[in-house]
Design a protein around this ligand. Structure first.
Ligand SMILES: [Zn+2]
Length: 98
């Protein structure tokens, strides 16, 4: 297991930390603003591709709030799935904390 690494939070840009999980397909972020959440590496790339744009800022703000608002025993996750056009689209879900 890799150690904890520093990275600006992809959602709110605060100084945050993450740890890779699931073969480095996912990052688990711990952020002073968003609390904690899981972000797939593809979803992170997707967010980066959208940035900087009004849409990206809006999405990130919404995701940040939602990550913070999930109950303690749940975790907010952001990932991608191929949409109707075959282009990967951002999806979110709330899962039981493992
Ligand atoms: Zn954050």
């Amino acid at each position: 297991m890799k150690p904890i690494q520093d990275q600006a939070c992809p959602l709110c840009n605060s100084a945050a930390e993450f740890k890779f999980k699931d073969n480095e397909h996912w990052k688990h972020f711990v952020c002073p603003i968003c609390t904690d959440y899981n972000l797939s590496v593809r979803a992170e790339e997707r967010l980066q591709k959208l940035s900087p744009s009004a849409l990206a800022s809006q999405l990130k703000e919404q995701y940040s709030v939602r990550a913070k608002d999930v109950p303690q025993h749940m975790v907010f996750e952001l990932y991608t799935e191929p949409g109707p056009t075959g282009v990967s689209e951002l999806r979110d879900r709330t899962v039981l904390r493992s």
